[in-house]
Design a protein. Sequence first.
Lengths: 191, 191
Amino acid sequence: MSRDRILDAAASVFAGNGYHRTRMDDIALAAGVAKGTLYYHFPGKADLFRALATEGLEMLLRETKTALDANVPFVEQLRLVLDRTISLYMEYDKLAQIFFNELTSGLDAEVRSDIEAVQARFQAFLAELLQEGNQYGSLKVPYPALTAAGLIGLLDGMCRLSLRYPEKHTAEQVKESMLALLIGGLAVERK
Amino acid sequence: MSRDRILDAAASVFAGNGYHRTRMDDIALAAGVAKGTLYYHFPGKADLFRALATEGLEMLLRETKTALDANVPFVEQLRLVLDRTISLYMEYDKLAQIFFNELTSGLDAEVRSDIEAVQARFQAFLAELLQEGNQYGSLKVPYPALTAAGLIGLLDGMCRLSLRYPEKHTAEQVKESMLALLIGGLAVERK
DNA sequence: ATATTTGTACTGACCAGTCAGTTTATCAAC
DNA sequence: GTTGATAAACTGACTGGTCAGTACAAATAT
Protein backbone atom coordinates (compact mmCIF):
# COMPACT_ATOMS: atom_id res chain seq x y z
CA MET A 1 0.00 0.00 0.00
CA SER A 2 1.34 3.37 -0.95
CA ARG A 3 -0.26 4.97 2.06
CA ASP A 4 2.50 3.44 4.15
CA ARG A 5 5.18 4.54 1.76
CA ILE A 6 3.79 8.05 2.03
CA LEU A 7 3.84 7.98 5.81
CA ASP A 8 7.39 6.67 5.81
CA ALA A 9 8.53 9.31 3.39
CA ALA A 10 6.64 12.02 5.26
CA ALA A 11 8.33 10.96 8.47
CA SER A 12 11.80 11.38 7.11
CA VAL A 13 11.09 14.55 5.17
CA PHE A 14 9.23 16.25 8.00
CA ALA A 15 11.95 15.09 10.35
CA GLY A 16 14.66 16.51 8.15
CA ASN A 17 13.14 19.86 7.31
CA GLY A 18 10.42 20.53 9.82
CA TYR A 19 6.78 21.02 9.03
CA HIS A 20 6.85 24.36 7.31
CA ARG A 21 9.86 23.76 5.16
CA THR A 22 8.45 20.53 3.86
CA ARG A 23 6.55 20.74 0.60
CA MET A 24 3.95 18.24 -0.42
CA ASP A 25 5.99 17.80 -3.59
CA ASP A 26 8.97 16.75 -1.49
CA ILE A 27 6.96 14.08 0.22
CA ALA A 28 5.56 12.85 -3.07
CA LEU A 29 9.05 12.71 -4.52
CA ALA A 30 10.46 10.88 -1.53
CA ALA A 31 7.59 8.42 -1.57
CA GLY A 32 8.00 7.83 -5.28
CA VAL A 33 4.40 8.78 -5.81
CA ALA A 34 2.52 11.48 -7.64
CA LYS A 35 1.35 14.46 -5.70
CA GLY A 36 -2.26 13.59 -6.32
CA THR A 37 -1.81 10.30 -4.51
CA LEU A 38 -1.04 12.19 -1.36
CA TYR A 39 -4.41 13.83 -1.58
CA TYR A 40 -6.06 10.56 -2.41
CA HIS A 41 -4.97 9.18 0.94
CA PHE A 42 -4.97 12.28 3.09
CA PRO A 43 -7.21 15.33 3.01
CA GLY A 44 -4.25 17.69 3.27
CA LYS A 45 -0.82 18.44 4.60
CA ALA A 46 -1.97 19.06 8.13
CA ASP A 47 -3.88 15.81 8.25
CA LEU A 48 -0.94 13.90 6.91
CA PHE A 49 1.19 15.35 9.64
CA ARG A 50 -1.46 14.62 12.21
CA ALA A 51 -1.68 10.99 11.16
CA LEU A 52 2.07 10.69 11.40
CA ALA A 53 2.33 12.40 14.76
CA THR A 54 -0.51 10.61 16.45
CA GLU A 55 0.59 7.22 15.21
CA GLY A 56 4.13 7.93 16.37
CA LEU A 57 3.05 9.09 19.77
CA GLU A 58 0.73 6.14 20.18
CA MET A 59 3.66 3.91 19.45
CA LEU A 60 5.77 5.69 22.04
CA LEU A 61 3.04 5.32 24.60
CA ARG A 62 2.51 1.66 23.83
CA GLU A 63 6.20 0.85 23.84
CA THR A 64 6.76 2.72 27.05
CA LYS A 65 3.89 1.04 28.82
CA THR A 66 5.21 -2.39 27.95
CA ALA A 67 8.46 -1.46 29.66
CA LEU A 68 6.64 -1.43 32.97
CA ASP A 69 7.07 -4.35 35.29
CA ALA A 70 4.69 -4.48 38.21
CA ASN A 71 6.88 -6.82 40.21
CA VAL A 72 9.49 -4.23 40.85
CA PRO A 73 9.74 -1.24 43.21
CA PHE A 74 8.37 2.06 41.99
CA VAL A 75 11.63 3.82 41.63
CA GLU A 76 12.76 0.94 39.46
CA GLN A 77 9.61 1.22 37.38
CA LEU A 78 10.31 4.87 36.82
CA ARG A 79 13.78 3.93 35.74
CA LEU A 80 12.45 1.41 33.25
CA VAL A 81 10.04 3.87 31.75
CA LEU A 82 12.60 6.61 31.38
CA ASP A 83 15.13 4.20 30.00
CA ARG A 84 12.74 3.05 27.32
CA THR A 85 11.61 6.55 26.48
CA ILE A 86 15.11 7.89 26.15
CA SER A 87 16.11 4.97 23.96
CA LEU A 88 13.15 5.55 21.68
CA TYR A 89 13.87 9.26 21.54
CA MET A 90 17.42 8.56 20.49
CA GLU A 91 16.39 6.00 17.94
CA TYR A 92 13.78 8.19 16.26
CA ASP A 93 15.69 11.35 17.00
CA LYS A 94 14.52 13.74 14.32
CA LEU A 95 10.97 12.59 14.53
CA ALA A 96 11.00 12.80 18.29
CA GLN A 97 12.09 16.40 18.17
CA ILE A 98 9.16 17.18 15.94
CA PHE A 99 6.73 15.46 18.26
CA PHE A 100 8.05 17.25 21.27
CA ASN A 101 8.74 20.64 19.78
CA GLU A 102 7.27 21.46 16.45
CA LEU A 103 3.78 20.68 17.61
CA THR A 104 3.57 23.85 19.58
CA SER A 105 3.94 26.22 16.72
CA GLY A 106 2.45 27.04 13.42
CA LEU A 107 -0.14 24.34 13.04
CA ASP A 108 -3.81 25.01 12.58
CA ALA A 109 -5.65 24.81 15.84
CA GLU A 110 -7.77 21.76 15.05
CA VAL A 111 -4.86 19.65 13.99
CA ARG A 112 -2.78 20.73 16.91
CA SER A 113 -5.38 19.84 19.47
CA ASP A 114 -5.56 16.28 18.17
CA ILE A 115 -1.89 15.82 18.62
CA GLU A 116 -1.85 17.55 21.95
CA ALA A 117 -4.48 15.11 23.10
CA VAL A 118 -2.14 12.20 22.51
CA GLN A 119 0.72 14.08 24.08
CA ALA A 120 -1.48 14.72 27.08
CA ARG A 121 -2.09 11.01 27.39
CA PHE A 122 1.61 10.37 27.66
CA GLN A 123 1.84 13.07 30.26
CA ALA A 124 -1.11 11.63 32.13
CA PHE A 125 0.51 8.22 32.05
CA LEU A 126 3.61 9.60 33.73
CA ALA A 127 1.56 11.58 36.20
CA GLU A 128 -0.35 8.47 37.15
CA LEU A 129 2.87 6.60 37.68
CA LEU A 130 4.09 9.32 40.00
CA GLN A 131 0.77 9.37 41.78
CA GLU A 132 0.97 5.65 42.43
CA GLY A 133 4.46 6.13 43.71
CA ASN A 134 3.07 8.65 46.17
CA GLN A 135 0.39 6.26 47.37
CA TYR A 136 2.78 3.41 47.87
CA GLY A 137 5.01 5.71 49.79
CA SER A 138 7.95 5.40 47.44
CA LEU A 139 7.76 8.88 46.03
CA LYS A 140 6.96 12.27 47.37
CA VAL A 141 5.73 14.34 44.48
CA PRO A 142 3.60 17.34 45.41
CA TYR A 143 2.06 17.95 41.97
CA PRO A 144 2.26 14.87 39.78
CA ALA A 145 0.81 16.49 36.65
CA LEU A 146 3.19 19.40 36.88
CA THR A 147 6.11 17.13 37.54
CA ALA A 148 5.18 14.86 34.66
CA ALA A 149 5.16 17.83 32.31
CA GLY A 150 8.51 18.84 33.68
CA LEU A 151 9.94 15.36 33.23
CA ILE A 152 9.03 15.38 29.57
CA GLY A 153 10.74 18.72 29.12
CA LEU A 154 13.74 17.55 31.07
CA LEU A 155 14.03 14.49 28.92
CA ASP A 156 13.62 16.50 25.77
CA GLY A 157 16.22 19.04 26.76
CA MET A 158 18.82 16.47 27.64
CA CYS A 159 18.21 14.28 24.62
CA ARG A 160 18.39 17.26 22.33
CA LEU A 161 21.76 18.30 23.66
CA SER A 162 23.00 14.76 23.44
CA LEU A 163 21.85 14.48 19.84
CA ARG A 164 23.43 17.77 18.87
CA TYR A 165 26.78 16.84 20.38
CA PRO A 166 26.82 13.06 20.33
CA GLU A 167 30.54 13.00 20.99
CA LYS A 168 30.08 14.84 24.25
CA HIS A 169 27.10 13.15 25.80
CA THR A 170 25.97 9.61 25.21
CA ALA A 171 22.50 8.23 25.75
CA GLU A 172 23.86 6.44 28.77
CA GLN A 173 24.95 9.68 30.33
CA VAL A 174 21.52 11.13 29.70
CA LYS A 175 19.92 8.23 31.50
CA GLU A 176 22.43 8.43 34.30
CA SER A 177 22.04 12.19 34.76
CA MET A 178 18.32 12.02 34.67
CA LEU A 179 18.03 9.22 37.13
CA ALA A 180 20.48 10.79 39.50
CA LEU A 181 18.47 13.97 39.40
CA LEU A 182 15.16 12.24 39.89
CA ILE A 183 16.24 9.96 42.67
CA GLY A 184 18.45 12.15 44.73
CA GLY A 185 18.31 15.66 43.34
CA LEU A 186 21.31 17.78 42.67
CA ALA A 187 22.33 18.62 46.18
CA VAL A 188 24.96 16.67 48.00
CA GLU A 189 23.27 16.80 51.32
CA ARG A 190 19.78 16.31 52.55
CA LYS A 191 18.74 19.13 54.76
CA MET B 1 11.98 55.94 17.54
CA SER B 2 9.62 53.77 15.59
CA ARG B 3 12.12 50.95 15.60
CA ASP B 4 11.13 50.25 19.18
CA ARG B 5 7.44 50.43 18.41
CA ILE B 6 8.06 47.90 15.67
CA LEU B 7 9.90 45.55 18.00
CA ASP B 8 7.17 45.85 20.61
CA ALA B 9 4.46 45.16 18.10
CA ALA B 10 6.41 42.32 16.57
CA ALA B 11 6.80 40.78 20.00
CA SER B 12 3.10 40.64 20.67
CA VAL B 13 2.11 39.58 17.19
CA PHE B 14 4.76 36.88 16.91
CA ALA B 15 3.87 35.78 20.40
CA GLY B 16 0.20 35.55 19.55
CA ASN B 17 0.40 33.79 16.22
CA GLY B 18 3.81 32.23 15.98
CA TYR B 19 6.42 33.06 13.39
CA HIS B 20 4.85 31.57 10.31
CA ARG B 21 1.34 32.78 10.86
CA THR B 22 2.53 36.32 11.36
CA ARG B 23 2.47 38.59 8.33
CA MET B 24 4.62 41.61 7.93
CA ASP B 25 1.44 43.58 7.29
CA ASP B 26 0.15 42.50 10.69
CA ILE B 27 3.23 43.82 12.40
CA ALA B 28 3.05 47.09 10.51
CA LEU B 29 -0.59 47.44 11.46
CA ALA B 30 0.04 46.63 15.10
CA ALA B 31 2.94 49.06 15.23
CA GLY B 32 0.90 51.77 13.60
CA VAL B 33 3.54 52.13 10.95
CA ALA B 34 3.73 51.78 7.21
CA LYS B 35 5.04 48.53 5.85
CA GLY B 36 7.94 50.30 4.21
CA THR B 37 9.14 51.47 7.60
CA LEU B 38 9.62 47.87 8.63
CA TYR B 39 12.01 47.44 5.76
CA TYR B 40 13.67 50.72 6.48
CA HIS B 41 14.74 49.39 9.88
CA PHE B 42 15.08 45.68 9.22
CA PRO B 43 16.28 43.86 6.14
CA GLY B 44 13.48 41.31 6.36
CA LYS B 45 11.13 39.25 8.44
CA ALA B 46 13.74 36.80 9.61
CA ASP B 47 16.06 39.57 10.74
CA LEU B 48 13.28 41.30 12.59
CA PHE B 49 12.55 38.09 14.41
CA ARG B 50 16.21 37.52 15.10
CA ALA B 51 16.60 40.98 16.59
CA LEU B 52 13.60 40.39 18.77
CA ALA B 53 14.68 36.96 19.92
CA THR B 54 18.27 37.82 20.65
CA GLU B 55 17.36 41.00 22.50
CA GLY B 56 14.78 39.13 24.53
CA LEU B 57 17.15 36.36 25.43
CA GLU B 58 19.88 38.82 26.30
CA MET B 59 17.43 40.45 28.64
CA LEU B 60 16.58 37.13 30.24
CA LEU B 61 20.24 36.37 30.71
CA ARG B 62 20.97 39.80 32.17
CA GLU B 63 18.00 39.75 34.50
CA THR B 64 18.77 36.27 35.67
CA LYS B 65 22.38 37.04 36.35
CA THR B 66 21.49 39.99 38.52
CA ALA B 67 19.40 37.67 40.66
CA LEU B 68 22.58 36.00 41.82
CA ASP B 69 23.90 36.80 45.23
CA ALA B 70 27.40 35.59 45.98
CA ASN B 71 26.97 35.83 49.74
CA VAL B 72 24.58 32.96 49.89
CA PRO B 73 24.98 29.17 49.69
CA PHE B 74 24.95 27.57 46.26
CA VAL B 75 21.69 25.83 46.61
CA GLU B 76 20.19 29.15 47.52
CA GLN B 77 21.78 30.75 44.49
CA LEU B 78 20.23 28.12 42.30
CA ARG B 79 16.92 28.86 43.92
CA LEU B 80 17.28 32.56 43.18
CA VAL B 81 18.12 31.97 39.56
CA LEU B 82 15.25 29.59 38.98
CA ASP B 83 12.87 31.82 40.82
CA ARG B 84 13.79 34.76 38.63
CA THR B 85 13.68 32.74 35.43
CA ILE B 86 10.29 31.26 36.17
CA SER B 87 8.90 34.67 37.05
CA LEU B 88 10.17 36.10 33.79
CA TYR B 89 8.81 33.17 31.85
CA MET B 90 5.40 33.69 33.38
CA GLU B 91 5.48 37.40 32.79
CA TYR B 92 6.47 37.18 29.16
CA ASP B 93 4.63 33.94 28.64
CA LYS B 94 3.87 33.94 24.95
CA LEU B 95 7.21 35.34 24.05
CA ALA B 96 8.99 32.88 26.28
CA GLN B 97 7.33 29.99 24.54
CA ILE B 98 8.57 31.28 21.24
CA PHE B 99 12.09 31.63 22.54
CA PHE B 100 12.10 28.16 23.97
CA ASN B 101 10.17 26.31 21.34
CA GLU B 102 9.60 27.97 18.04
CA LEU B 103 13.28 28.50 17.55
CA THR B 104 13.82 24.88 16.74
CA SER B 105 11.60 24.80 13.74
CA GLY B 106 11.03 26.44 10.48
CA LEU B 107 13.56 29.22 10.55
CA ASP B 108 16.28 29.64 8.00
CA ALA B 109 19.52 28.17 9.20
CA GLU B 110 21.50 31.41 9.43
CA VAL B 111 18.91 33.15 11.56
CA ARG B 112 18.45 30.16 13.78
CA SER B 113 22.09 29.79 14.59
CA ASP B 114 22.29 33.35 15.86
CA ILE B 115 19.50 32.75 18.27
CA GLU B 116 20.81 29.38 19.31
CA ALA B 117 24.05 31.06 20.19
CA VAL B 118 22.32 33.24 22.75
CA GLN B 119 20.34 30.30 24.02
CA ALA B 120 23.58 28.40 24.39
CA ARG B 121 24.95 31.22 26.52
CA PHE B 122 22.06 30.89 28.91
CA GLN B 123 22.64 27.18 29.05
CA ALA B 124 26.34 27.71 29.62
CA PHE B 125 25.57 30.13 32.42
CA LEU B 126 23.50 27.50 34.19
CA ALA B 127 26.10 24.83 33.55
CA GLU B 128 28.78 27.03 35.05
CA LEU B 129 26.66 27.60 38.11
CA LEU B 130 26.26 23.86 38.56
CA GLN B 131 29.94 23.36 37.99
CA GLU B 132 30.79 25.83 40.71
CA GLY B 133 28.38 24.06 42.99
CA ASN B 134 30.30 20.89 42.34
CA GLN B 135 33.62 22.51 43.18
CA TYR B 136 32.36 24.01 46.38
CA GLY B 137 31.00 20.66 47.35
CA SER B 138 27.40 21.78 47.51
CA LEU B 139 26.23 19.94 44.46
CA LYS B 140 26.95 16.62 42.86
CA VAL B 141 26.18 16.97 39.20
CA PRO B 142 27.90 14.45 36.93
CA TYR B 143 27.39 16.31 33.64
CA PRO B 144 26.69 20.00 34.20
CA ALA B 145 26.06 20.86 30.55
CA LEU B 146 23.63 18.02 30.13
CA THR B 147 21.89 18.87 33.35
CA ALA B 148 21.67 22.53 32.43
CA ALA B 149 19.98 21.63 29.17
CA GLY B 150 17.63 19.40 31.10
CA LEU B 151 16.82 22.13 33.59
CA ILE B 152 15.77 24.47 30.84
CA GLY B 153 13.49 21.81 29.42
CA LEU B 154 12.12 21.03 32.84
CA LEU B 155 11.37 24.65 33.45
CA ASP B 156 9.79 25.04 30.06
CA GLY B 157 7.61 21.98 30.45
CA MET B 158 6.31 23.00 33.85
CA CYS B 159 5.72 26.62 32.94
CA ARG B 160 3.88 25.64 29.81
CA LEU B 161 1.50 23.42 31.70
CA SER B 162 0.98 26.07 34.30
CA LEU B 163 0.23 28.67 31.63
CA ARG B 164 -2.21 26.40 29.84
CA TYR B 165 -4.12 25.60 33.00
CA PRO B 166 -3.50 28.56 35.26
CA GLU B 167 -6.31 27.52 37.57
CA LYS B 168 -4.62 24.21 38.28
CA HIS B 169 -1.02 25.15 38.80
CA THR B 170 0.30 28.49 39.99
CA ALA B 171 3.75 29.89 39.41
CA GLU B 172 4.43 29.25 43.08
CA GLN B 173 3.69 25.57 42.65
CA VAL B 174 6.02 25.45 39.68
CA LYS B 175 8.80 26.92 41.74
CA GLU B 176 8.03 24.62 44.63
CA SER B 177 7.92 21.49 42.49
CA MET B 178 11.05 22.37 40.66
CA LEU B 179 13.03 23.15 43.75
CA ALA B 180 11.84 20.04 45.52
CA LEU B 181 12.91 17.97 42.57
CA LEU B 182 16.28 19.64 42.24
CA ILE B 183 17.17 19.56 45.88
CA GLY B 184 15.91 16.21 46.99
CA GLY B 185 14.71 14.33 43.95
CA LEU B 186 11.43 12.52 43.76
CA ALA B 187 12.17 9.58 46.00
CA VAL B 188 11.20 9.56 49.61
CA GLU B 189 14.24 7.80 50.81
CA ARG B 190 17.89 8.12 50.18
CA LYS B 191 19.39 4.75 49.34
C1' DA C 1 19.69 69.45 3.48
C1' DT C 2 19.20 64.86 5.33
C1' DA C 3 17.00 61.20 7.54
C1' DT C 4 12.87 59.15 8.44
C1' DT C 5 8.17 57.98 7.47
C1' DT C 6 3.93 57.33 4.80
C1' DG C 7 0.53 55.20 1.51
C1' DT C 8 -0.57 52.56 -1.89
C1' DA C 9 -0.01 49.80 -5.47
C1' DC C 10 2.64 46.27 -7.51
C1' DT C 11 5.61 42.05 -8.47
C1' DG C 12 6.89 37.50 -8.34
C1' DA C 13 7.88 33.35 -6.11
C1' DC C 14 6.08 29.79 -3.75
C1' DC C 15 3.12 25.97 -2.80
C1' DA C 16 -1.23 23.71 -1.10
C1' DG C 17 -4.71 21.89 -3.26
C1' DT C 18 -7.55 20.51 -7.72
C1' DC C 19 -9.17 17.85 -11.44
C1' DA C 20 -9.74 15.63 -15.79
C1' DG C 21 -7.88 11.84 -17.24
C1' DT C 22 -5.05 7.17 -17.10
C1' DT C 23 -3.82 2.98 -15.16
C1' DT C 24 -4.54 -1.03 -12.34
C1' DA C 25 -7.13 -4.20 -9.51
C1' DT C 26 -11.74 -6.73 -8.79
C1' DC C 27 -15.13 -9.53 -10.15
C1' DA C 28 -18.78 -11.00 -12.45
C1' DA C 29 -20.91 -13.40 -16.66
C1' DC C 30 -20.63 -15.90 -20.66
C1' DG D 1 -9.93 -17.66 -19.68
C1' DT D 2 -11.51 -14.03 -22.14
C1' DT D 3 -14.51 -10.13 -22.12
C1' DG D 4 -16.44 -6.17 -20.30
C1' DA D 5 -17.83 -3.36 -16.63
C1' DT D 6 -17.17 -0.86 -12.19
C1' DA D 7 -14.55 0.80 -8.83
C1' DA D 8 -10.15 1.94 -6.67
C1' DA D 9 -5.70 3.81 -7.06
C1' DC D 10 -2.82 6.89 -9.15
C1' DT D 11 -0.99 10.76 -12.27
C1' DG D 12 0.93 15.49 -13.10
C1' DA D 13 -0.01 19.84 -15.29
C1' DC D 14 -2.48 23.53 -13.74
C1' DT D 15 -4.83 27.11 -10.61
C1' DG D 16 -5.44 30.45 -7.17
C1' DG D 17 -4.41 32.57 -3.02
C1' DT D 18 -1.01 34.23 -0.03
C1' DC D 19 2.57 37.09 1.32
C1' DA D 20 7.53 38.78 1.49
C1' DG D 21 9.58 42.18 -0.47
C1' DT D 22 9.78 46.44 -3.86
C1' DA D 23 8.85 51.04 -5.85
C1' DC D 24 8.37 55.63 -5.38
C1' DA D 25 6.50 60.09 -4.94
C1' DA D 26 5.03 62.95 -1.36
C1' DA D 27 5.05 64.40 3.49
C1' DT D 28 7.29 65.34 7.95
C1' DA D 29 10.46 65.59 11.18
C1' DT D 30 15.53 66.88 12.88
